[in-house]
Structure formats: C-alpha cells, structure tokens
Design a binder for this molecule. Structure first.
Ligand code: ADP
Length: 458
C-alpha cells in the first residue's frame, strides 16, 4: 500500500509531536503531584512538631497535655481536612489518639520508625498521608507519635488531572494530525501543479516551459531545474535532427553524382576513354561516401559511451613514430619538433590518439599550401604536457573557430573550394579528447596559419 507524501509528512510530524506532548504531560503531572504531596507533607511536619511538644510521659504512659482543650478545638470539629494523631508505645500498642479517629487506629510501621519522612497508606477505601516520629524520654524511645492527614482530596485532584490529560492527549493528536495533513497538502500543491504541467510536455511541445511563480524557494529551484533539463533536451533533440539531416545531405550529394554519372554512361555507347573518365568520377563519389560513413561510424562509436581502455604511453616515442609513418605516405614536409628530450608517460588510448592526430594533421595538410610544412610540436610547461599541430595555411576566422568542432560544420572559406570533407573530422577530435580528458584548443590568424593544441594536465 503506497502512502501519499502529505500523509507521510503528517504521520511523521504527529509521531514526533506525540512524544513531545507525552513528555510535557508527564512533567505537568509529576510537578503537580510533587507540589500537592510536598504541601501535605509540610502540614504534617508542622502538626508533628506542634504535637510533639504537647506530649508527656507519666508512669510509663504517654499522654497529651491539654487534651481537653485540644479535644474541643480543631480535632473535635468537623473539618474538611482533619489531622489524625495517635501515640503508640515502643511495641506499637496504642496509648492515646485524637477523638476524630473514633474506633479506628493508625497503622504503626516499625521499620519506618525514625525515617522522618511521610508516606501514603491505605485505610479501608481511603488514602492517608502519614508521618511517624519516635518519642524519647531520657534518651530512650518510649513510643511513637503517628500523624496522618487525608490524601483523598489530593488523590481526587491528581486523578482528575490525569483523566483530563488522558482525554486531551488523543484529542490533541487527532486534531494535530488533521491540521498537519491539511498543511502538508497545501505545501505540496505547487509540486502537484509542476507534475501536471510536466506531464503535458511531450516531444511535440518541448519548447514549452513550466511557469515560475512565487518566491525563490526550493519549489522555484525545482521548476528552474526542470526547465533547464527541458532546454537541454530540446537542444539535444535539435542537434539530433540537424545531425540526421546533415548526414543524409552529406550522403545524398555523392549519391546523386554517382547516379548522374551512371545515367550519362548508359544513355549511349561511349569511347573507352569516356568510360574510364566516368567510372573514375563514380569511384570518387563512392570514396567520398565511404569516407563520410567511416567518420560517422567513428563518431557513433565514441558517442555510444563504450568505456575506453587507458594504457601507459610514451608520448615522445609515439609522436616520433607517428610522424615517421605519416612521412612514408606523403611527399609533404612534416616536422617533428620535440621541446623535451626525455620520455613523457601518460595514461591514454593509443588508437584514439592516432585518430585525433590523423584528423589534425590531415586538415593541416589539406588546408595549407603544398609547399608549406606542417609541424608537430611536443612540449611540457609545468604540469601541462602539450602536442601542437601547426600549419601555415589560410587560418580560420574567429567566427568559424567557435563552430568548427560542431558535426558537419565546414568553414566559410572551404565551402566553395574543392577541398574534400564532410565537416566531421574536428567533431570526432573533440569527442575523443573529451573522452581522454585532453583539452583541445585552436589558435589561428588569417593568412598566417592555424595551431591546434592538445593539453594533458599531469
Ligand atoms: P572537414 O575538414 O571535413 O571540413 P573538419 O571537422 O575536419 O571537417 O574541419 C571543420 C572545418 O574547420 C573545416 O571545414 C575548415 O573550415 C576548418 N579547418 C579545420 N582545420 C583547419 C586548418 N588546419 N586550417 C584551416 N581551416 C581548418
């Protein structure tokens, strides 16, 4: 059974308050009881002191002085709160007692003989508070003075108080629970509105946002977070759509060229030379498509989020080998310019690093003049290890620098040119660098060249 959030809040608060109220009620009852008992005990003590001095021992008998007067006074009168007094000998045999005791006797407790404290005793259906002190004659205990006072009124007061508290306790708790449930219900009302509005947002109206209302509190922060999430989702969806349309466009162009070329070929018989020329054109289109598909596959692999294996790699040896290999496949000038003479070990993925450098070096070769060299620089500055790919090409405008890492983005200057490419190389570089924790940046000046810098923080 699932319990609603407001119910849970109300239950938890009520349970906590129930404990606090229980403690408070317990303290109230305890304090009242203590006060009542202390008052009675004080009266008992006063009476005991007063009557102690009115006692004399004669012929081994203990008696009250002025018993007659005393009989006429308080203890013979009908009193609301009478004091009962009795004298017993050392063995507990009654010797004298106040007339208001009639035929009854107070109980003697030998074990509490000299404690000087009062206690509650039951006398039939009534309760008494009793005190007992020893009576000395020349240093010998001759007997005991028992003084008692009715505890009935106090007991009634305490019972009433206990009953009132017992009735109040559940009543307070029930009303508290209902109030808290109501308050919790009102408090989560804005959350319910947010849920309602969020449920209405689907892929078709992802541009809608939950309106902000009220003060800048947690609810507003939640609304902002959901709106930010919606914004990110909307952007991601837009990028996805853009990516799909760019990818289709990128593949459709060489496909159209291929189709056109084949159509031209079958329209009428051609010479051997013409066939060769058209087939060459068709092959170029196929190459272009293959290159784009391969790059898309690399990008898909990186984006699939598969965990990459990091291994220890000497960056100096790696760059040296890389440049040597590259030189074998091109007649262009590629220079390796290390600024350090010792190995630099890093945890990275060799294959991914190879793809990153390939894309940067290929671009540097592609976009710079055939006569211009491309430099690969390896260096270390403090905690930073860097590799730079530098060319003396046309450079990249500031506007383009902001977007060249986006998939399918091609700089304005290359759009009209015959430089092959689909605008995916740097997007792959960026994704792989993010995966390997490499910072990638570009510096470029028009007509002076570009420098792509990879940085590792060691
Ligand atoms: P592609 O080279 O296929 O166009 P890239 O993603 O590799 O795609 O590069 C994106 C854009 O960045 C290129 O179209 C080009 O405008 C610019 N660019 C990249 N490298 C260089 C470079 N070394 N010199 C000048 N422009 C460059």
């Amino acid at each position: 059974m699932s319990i609603s959030y407001k119910e849970r809040i109300a239950r938890r608060l009520t349970a906590t308050t129930a404990m606090i109220i229980l403690v408070v009620f317990g303290i109230i009852y305890g304090v009242v009881r203590l006060t009542v008992v202390t008052n009675i005990d004080r009266d008992l003590q006063l009476e005991t002191d007063e009557h102690k001095s009115q006692i004399f021992v004669i012929n081994g008998e203990i008696r009250f002085v002025h018993k007659g007067e005393w009989q006429e006074e308080e203890h013979s009168q009908l009193q609301l709160n009478p004091i009962f007094i009795e004298i017993v000998d050392a063995e507990g045999n009654s010797m004298d007692r106040s007339p208001n005791l009639l035929n009854n006797h107070l109980s003697f407790f030998p074990d509490r003989a000299g404690s000087g404290e009062a206690w509650t005793v039951k006398a039939g259906s009534r309760e008494l508070r009793q005190m007992q002190i020893p009576l000395y004659n020349q240093g010998i205990i001759e007997g005991y003075l028992l003084v008692a006072k009715s505890f009935q009124d106090a007991r009634e007061t305490l019972t009433n108080l206990r009953n009132v508290l017992l009735v109040l306790y559940p009543l307070i708790l029930i009303s508290l629970f209902l109030i808290m449930r109501n308050q919790a219900d009102q408090s989560i009302q804005p959350i319910r509105q947010i849920i309602q509005k969020t449920n209405l947002i689907t892929q078709s109206n992802l541009n809608e946002r939950i309106p902000l209302s009220g003060p800048n509190d947690e609810i507003e922060q939640l609304t902002r977070s959901i709106n930010d999430l919606l914004h990110r989702l909307e952007q991601a969806l837009k990028r996805e759509k853009q990516f799909t349309s760019d990818a289709s466009h990128e593949l459709r162009t060489p496909l159209s060229v291929l189709r056109g070329t084949l159509e031209v070929m079958i329209r009428k018989p051609r010479t051997q030379e013409e066939y060769q020329q058209k087939i060459q054109l068709a092959l170029q289109s196929i190459d272009r498509m293959t290159a784009t598909i391969e790059q898309l596959l690399v990008l898909a692999r990186v984006e699939s989020g598969q965990s990459i294996i990091l291994e220890e790699l000497d960056l100096l040896a790696f760059c040296e080998d890389y440049v040597l290999q590259k030189k074998l496949n091109t007649d262009r000038e590629i220079n390796f310019l290390p600024q350090v003479g010792h190995p630099i070990f890093l945890k990275t993925n060799e294959k991914s690093l190879q793809i990153i450098l390939d894309n940067l070096v290929e671009n540097a070769l592609k976009y710079s003049d055939e006569s211009q060299p491309v430099d690969l620089i390896l260096g270390k500055e403090g905690k930073e290890v860097f590799v730079e790919v530098q060319d003396k090409g046309p450079g990249i405008s500031e506007e383009d620098q902001k977007r060249i890492f986006d998939p399918f983005y091609r700089g304005d200057s290359v759009l009209g040119s015959r430089k092959p490419g689909a605008g995916l190389g740097l997007a792959i570089v960026k994704k792989l660098c993010d995966e390997l924790n490499i910072q990638v940046a570009v510096e470029s000046e028009s007509d002076k060249g570009s420098r792509f810098r990879l940085v590792w923080y060691t």
